[in-house]
Design a protein around this ligand. Structure first.
Ligand code: ANZ
Ligand code: ZN
Length: 803
């Protein structure tokens, strides 16, 4: 037996798989299909990460198993290649982003191939390829034509370092996701997509899909549906009204002041009445330097300015109340104005204490001078006229009905999710296919003129003004209007990074199509994606964006299914050996290349799948890796113990059926670690028994193959099994043979248990009878008696009646 040479064997099989097109997805519509999708990587300069390996190997195992089960499998990969890191790197090194991207894609491709993934390499897509982004632009145009894309003058999140406008999804805790710098609010004209129009559909669609419960929850929270009311407050001695959104219409009698966001347009409108405009504008300026997180988080110390010169009227009590400007109210949610109920809202309570405003209790049960009483499940309405005595849940609809009858307000649904700021002020992205004409205004680029490509330039540094670098290239900006032929200017903002990934799974079904984003018949066959696996960090933005695009495309008849993904799962992070998140600065990063060089791809794959519960974070362990490597070496050495028999031996039959069942089921449940543990146990049984038949070892190889395909293919060949392993069929098991055959059975004499016998579950009555007689305890109740009746239920009970 030759020593296992992972380098040689892995190269050999990767070459064979490639030469024979082993993993090509056929457009053979008669075969049952399986579409497994993994999140395509961003081809960064640092190359593949072990996190990618965990994310990809899981569905790789399923894809390889499905092929053996007779499915036509689509398991594709591609590159999500537009984005800031590439552009920043290009700027730093003076190389063109195209060149940087091509090189990075090459490195990633080589790495993915060296791991032996069974991707269909004929279907690779690159979101920066004009043949691809032509359709990204086409989808944008359809949205524009259907009124779902619009440009608006608004406040946007601007990263002070990247100098780009960020969508709300691009930063957390007031810091830019990319660079960690502060994010400020800036006024700008930008493109939006109306994802809010799809909020209800995005929520409803969750009922029809099989996503992990925590993924559904995250999406629901992100959409943030909230049912309440909009209520109009009159401004005293004015036509102008102030509209608020509240989830607590029941507390209306407890309103003692109002608060508007610093950006609220009423300030401008009533500027001639307002006596302290300077103070208010100063406050507004200050608020712009704060991030949304800083503004809304529950800091006790609330800031604000009272508006002098105008007051509001409580629409039910008729009381006159002051109006404040404060930054804890956001312009982007509800109406940008609130009715403050300090007795029952903590933020309002903090504000009232600071500005010495009255606190009126309207729900009994707390001590509202001490703290806000926010419990809605106990207490009844007080100080509230016609609501007095009601519980909160009755008082809300009662008040809303009153408001509607008196035309003061109406029931309203609000969503936390904002419309999608669909733009970047950078070079390396899809140009938005719009031109501006002096005569015709905003004009979409005709579909026949797509794609709108980026100009081939050498300067793409961002500008200080927040404009895209494209704005500095007049040859590109100046164009002619497609409608009137007059002079026009191109939109210079590009699409955000999330654009290309919002429909890539559609393109895989037909990646070379020049007539449509994909052929309808091919989509009808392949869609929906049967199983999508990826990171938890993508279950809000990417997963919602792509569902939104897909639902829209379905509505215009461009795709055949309502939902894009039937099932969605997520992997846990791989941590450094110190239990910390892997990062360059901590020096705890494991490079897959090093592992492949030293131990081979099969060892890496086996270890990554064995590392722990798939959904949980797991620290990297060199010893764990070595253990998996030893396991594979033992499998290799077993080839010498194989005897040329094509049946299971009596000694191992039960073990075989049990392991086939366990491994088959565990792979499906993403319990890769316990599946591999079961294979390790079976290997131990083989060693105990000493010899193993070809049938046993062959089926063992089949079970291990999805995880460690190279070594198992080689062993399959060595022991002389027919064909290649990847063409073999998945082993089946006999349910009966997976159950332990011998059980302990109670024997009753005249209804009383007199003893127990060890008996095969399918033994016949005669066997049971003889065994009972051999048992002294039982026998003594039968001796010298006459047996009048026997009731025997195999596997359950044996009952003897004597007299
Ligand atoms: C009166 C009230 C009384 C409220 C009370 C709460 C408790 P959710 O559930 O998240 O939708 N609100 C409305 N618009 C706001 C904005 N733009 N910025 C900050 N706060 C805003 O929250 C809705 C509640 O948040 C609304 O109901 C409003 O305060 C506040 F005992 O109105 B409530
Ligand atoms: Zn024109």
């Amino acid at each position: 037996m030759e020593r296992y040479n992972h380098e040689k064997v892995e190269k050999k099989w990767q070459q064979i798989w490639e030469d024979t097109n082993a993993f090509k997805a056929e457009d053979n519509f008669d075969k049952p299909k399986f579409y497994g999708l993994v999140e395509f990587p961003y081809p960064s300069g640092v190359g593949l990460h072990v996190g990618h390996v965990r994310a990809y190997t899981s569905l790789e195992v399923i894809a390889r198993k499905r092929r053996m089960q007779g499915y036509n499998v689509l398991f594709p990969i591609g590159f999500d290649a537009y984005g800031l890191p590439t552009e920043n790197y290009a700027i730093k090194t003076g190389q063109h982003p195209r060149k940087v991207t091509d090189r990075n894609i090459e490195v990633f491709t080589q790495q993915l191939k060296s791991i032996g993934y069974s991707f269909d390499w004929d279907r690779v897509i690159d979101t920066t390829d004009p043949d691809y982004f032509k359709w990204t632009q086409w989808i944008f145009l359809q949205m524009y034509k259907h009124g779902l894309a619009y440009k608006d003058h608004t406040y946007v999140n601007f990263c002070t370092h990247c100098k780009v406008v960020l969508s709300n999804e691009d930063f957390r805790d007031g810091k830019c996701d990319r660079c960690g710098s502060d994010v400020i609010q800036m006024e700008k004209d930008v493109w939006f997509l109306k994802i809010r129009d799809y909020a209800e559909k995005l929520l409803k669609g969750l009922d029809d899909v099989d996503y992990l419960p925590r993924i559904k929850t995250e999406q629901k929270n992100w959409i943030g549906k909230s049912i309440g009311a909009e209520i109009d407050f009159k401004i005293k001695d004015h036509e102008e009204k102030l509209k608020v959104f509240t989830t607590r219409a029941d507390t209306l009698f407890g309103v003692t002041f109002m608060v508007i966001a610093p950006e609220h347009p009423i300030i401008e409108k009533l500027s001639s009445e307002i006596l302290n405009m300077d103070e208010i504008l100063d406050y507004k300026k200050e608020a712009q330097h704060k991030t949304e997180f800083e503004r809304v988080q529950l800091v006790k110390d609330k800031t604000g300015v009272k508006i002098n010169g105008i007051t509001a009227i409580n629409p039910v009590s008729g009381k006159e109340i002051p109006i404040f400007v404060a930054d804890y109210v956001m312009m982007g949610y509800g109406t940008g104005a609130i009715m403050a109920v300090p007795a029952h809202d903590t933020r309002d309570w903090d504000f009232a204490k600071k500005f010495d405003l009255p606190i009126i209790e309207v729900i009994s049960g707390g001590n509202v001078q001490e703290e806000a009483f926010t419990d809605v499940s106990s207490g009844t309405l007080v100080n509230s006229d016609f609501l007095n005595g009601l519980e909160v849940k009755e008082a809300i609809p009662t008040m809303i009905q009153y408001l509607e009858e008196h035309h003061i307000g109406k029931k309203t649904i609000n969503y936390k999710m904002k419309n999608w700021a669909f733009n970047r002020q950078r070079y390396w992205g899809e140009p938005i296919p719009i031109v501006y004409c002096e005569h015709c205004g905003t004009v979409p680029v005709p579909e026949k003129d797509l794609p709108v490509e980026l100009p081939k330039v050498t300067h793409y540094e961002p500008t200080d003004t927040g404009e895209s670098p494209l704005a500095d290239i007049p040859e590109w900006v100046n164009t002619t209007c497609p409608v009137c032929g007059g002079p026009a200017k191109r939109e210079t903002d590009t699409m955000p990074q999330w654009a290309g990934s919002s429909w890539y799974f559609l393109r895989y079904t037909d990646p070379h199509n020049t007539e449509a984003l994909a052929d309808m018949d091919k989509m009808k066959y392949w869609l929906p994606v049967d199983w999508y696996n990826g990171g938890m960090e993508h279950v809000t933005r990417h997963l919602l964006y792509s569902r939104f695009w897909h639902q829209f495309l379905y509505d215009i008849g461009a795709v055949p299914t309502k939902e894009p993904y039937k099932k969605r799962t997520a992997q846990g992070l791989i941590l450094g050996s110190d239990g910390e998140k892997m990062s360059k600065s901590k020096g705890n990063v494991v490079n897959p290349n090093d592992i492949i060089n030293e131990y081979g791809a099969d060892a890496l794959r086996t270890y990554i799948m064995f590392i722990g519960d798939y959904e949980k974070p797991a620290p990297w362990s060199e010893n764990g890796l070595k253990g998996c490597n030893r396991f594979l070496e033992r499998v290799w050495r077993l080839q010498d113990s194989v005897i040329d028999k094509n049946v299971y031996s009596d000694a191992l039959e039960g073990d075989m059926h049990k392991t086939i069942k366990k491994v088959s089921e565990d792979y499906e449940a993403m319990k890769y670690n316990t599946a591999i543990a079961a294979l390790m146990s079976l290997l131990n049984r083989f060693t105990e028994v000493g010899t193993v038949t070809k049938a046993e070892f062959g089926d063992f190889l089949k079970l291990l193959y999805p995880v460690a395909p190279h070594m198992t293919e080689e062993l399959w060949e060595i022991i002389g099994q027919p064909g290649m392993l990847h063409q073999a069929s998945w082993p089946t098991f006999d349910e009966e043979k997976t159950i332990d055959n011998i059980i302990e059975m109670a024997v009753q004499i005249n209804g009383k248990v007199r003893g127990k016998i060890q008996i095969a579950i399918d033994a016949d009555q005669e066997t049971a009878h003889n065994m009972a007689l051999q048992n002294d305890n039982i026998n003594k109740f039968i001796q010298n008696k006459q047996i009048v009746k026997e009731i025997y239920r195999p596997g359950k009970i044996y009952n003897i009646v004597v007299k």
